[in-house]
Every structure is written in C-alpha cells, then in structure tokens.
Design a protein around this ligand. Sequence first.
Ligand SMILES: Nc1ncnc2c1ncn2[C@@H]1O[C@H](COP(=O)(O)OP(=O)(O)OP(=O)(O)O)[C@@H](O)[C@H]1O
Ligand SMILES: [Mg+2]
Length: 384
Amino acid sequence: MNHSFVDASHVIGSQQARDNIIETLLQSVDGENVSIIPIVGIGGIGKTTLAKLVYGDQRIATHFELKLWVCVSNVFQLDKVIIKILDSASPDQRHADMGIDQLQRALPEALNGSKYSLILDDVWSEDPRKWGELKTLLMGGADGSKIIVTTRSQHVAEIMGTVSAHNLSLLSHKDCLSLFFKCAFKGQQEKQNPNLKRIGEEIVRKCKGVPLALITLRSLLYSVTDDHGWEFVRDNEIWKLEQKEDDILPALRLSYEHLPSYLKFCILFNFPEDYEMADIELVYLWMANGLVQSSNENQELEDISFRNFFRDFTEYGGNVTCKMHDLIHDLALSVTQNECSMVRTSTQQIPKSVRHIFFPYPEKIFLNPYTTWIACEPFALLCK
Ligand SMILES: Nc1ncnc2c1ncn2[C@@H]1O[C@H](COP(=O)(O)OP(=O)(O)OP(=O)(O)O)[C@@H](O)[C@H]1O
Ligand SMILES: [Mg+2]
C-alpha cells in the first residue's frame, strides 16, 4: 500500500470539500501556469486525509499527466524536497546521491512541460525565500498544473498560496458520532448496552470535532465492553488538564496511558518527526529491551498501528515502514522528558536525563571523528 492512499469509504464528511478542491484543480487560471492551493487546519483535523482523497480521485488521474506526492514535514531543505519530488516522479531511479546543481537541473527536466499535480504535505517553513527557490523550479509544468499544500500555518498558506486557502472545519457533531461509532464496538454490545451509546456520545463531545482524537479513543475502547471502562475514559482527569484551544493531546494521552508497556516504550523513543522506520526496527527495539518475544512480533505491530499512533504505512517488497504521527511525537516528548533519545550524525550532546539511546545509522555515527557526546549517567545503547 502506498502512503498516499486512503480508503474513501472510511472518510466521513469530507466529500464536499474534496469536490470543491477537485473543481479548483480542474479549472484553468488565466495568466498562471501553476496554481497553488493551500489546505489549512489544526493538527489531526484531516488535511492529509483530504489531500489523499483528492489525489486518489479518478478525475485527477484523468486530468493530469503526472501525479506527485511529497511529505515535506518540518525541515524544508531544498535538496531534500527535490529528491522527494523526483523519487515520486520516478520511483525506480535513485536521486539521493545527486548534488544540488544536478537536482536543480533534474527537477524541471522531470516535469518536462507536462501538466502535473503535486501535493506538498505537511509544510511548516514560513521562510518565503526557501519556497521561492523551489517554486522557480516547479514553474516548468504545462499550463493548468496545480500544487496542493497542506499546513497547520495560516502564514505558510499566505506565503505559498496563489488562490485562497481551503480552511478545514471541525467535524459536525453528527459526523463525529458516525466516525466514533463506525466501529467502536467489537461485538453487539451497543445494542445490548444502550449506556455505552450514551457515554460514547459524551466522550465524542470531549473530542471537539477532531478526527484524530475520535479515532484514537474509538480504537482504545474497541474491546472494552463494560460501562466502567467507558466511564473511566469519559471522567478521566486528563480532560481537565489545561489545554490550548486546538490541543488534542488529552485524547492521545489517555490512549497512551492504556497501552501495554511494550507499546508505551516504543512511543518513548524520540524518533525524529517524519522518520521512516521499518516494522522490524521497532520489533528489534522491543526485543532488545526484553519487552516482546520474537514469536509475537506481528501481533504487536498490528496492535500499535490499530491505535493510530503511526501513519503512512508503506510496503516495500514485503517490508513495512511507517512514521509516527506528529502529535504522537509531541506526546512522546511530553511524556519522556527526554529519557530516550535517538543519536544521529548531527547529535553533539546527549542530555543528562537520557537513559536509552538508539543509533539508527550506526555506521555513519561511528565513522564520524567529530562526533562527541557528553552523558554523565549510565544508559542503554542500542544499534540497528
Ligand atoms: N473525515 C475523516 N473521516 C475519517 N477519518 C478521518 C477524517 N479526517 C481525518 N481522519 C483520520 O484522522 C487521522 C488524522 O488525520 P490527518 O493525518 O489527515 O490529519 P492532519 O490534519 O493532516 O494532521 P497533521 O496536522 O498532524 O498533519 C488520520 O488517521 C485519518 O485517517
Ligand atoms: Mg497531515
């Protein structure tokens, strides 16, 4: 499965938004060969999901000669973004070793005057110069080419957009209910126990219309069949923690608190945002720390993916990779207070609080003579 795929039958309440955006994509705009349409909204509201719905639509496949999907994430580095675009255009070729000059020539060549649609998912950089550099290279498409940008930042939308932004609204209460109850019940307990329905409705209100909060708690309660379990979630103290208006951490935090320890531990490793990890890497982490036995490794990954803490599951010839959701990353930081850390070539110092460190690229680290770390307390080392 490709990470730009979404099953439209699982998406609730976005069909109108999808059709509006598709209409804009199919229009040609006089005087502009490439238009840029921002999709803006808070974390977990469904920007990426909406972009996937659009990207997977047959009308787009028919209208554009080239479809490209790139997850930009919070480091906007020109060479990295170009590599991702080229990888999306020709997945069979290797672009990672190309120098910046070569990349800057290769991108317009890859677009080669064709009418393309490009999704730049999860853009954070508010630096107009960085965007300007990339934009120049993207202008080589045919008239009618379109770029969709998803971002949490209105400022990014203003810098990048050439048409007005599509601001995503919170789900209506009705849509929240259908999303939450879609498969909240494992068996028939909804019918046997109308109390669960009532408690569920109260939990839904606490999610404030944010799909990620709803599906996270839905997964959490999936196998809970008694009133007490549902009441525990509804009445939890976590909801009372001070939170910003757009903060959905309470729902995620609640879900995190209920994870078995081996799954909690995996979240605690402070994987960089947008780090693409292989399923086997996660399993090694758990095994090396005595948290799971090799015999039940598949079950563990199913459990955790089921709980929506990871996104962008991609299959490469039998191996699955995934990324931690950005908000889970925030959660990990708030929970661990930096007890677990990942060491990369850029790491100069390990905070004193760290007790577990993980080397995703040991060969690079150990060959770099300039890497020095200061760590005063004992800690566990783990290499891939
Ligand atoms: N309308 C919807 N119906 C069903 N599920 C949804 C809907 N919108 C979002 N989701 C689910 O909610 C989760 C979060 O959505 P998504 O990743 O699209 O949010 P986002 O706005 O892109 O967040 P971020 O700002 O962190 O990138 C996903 O697992 C997605 O499947
Ligand atoms: Mg997103």
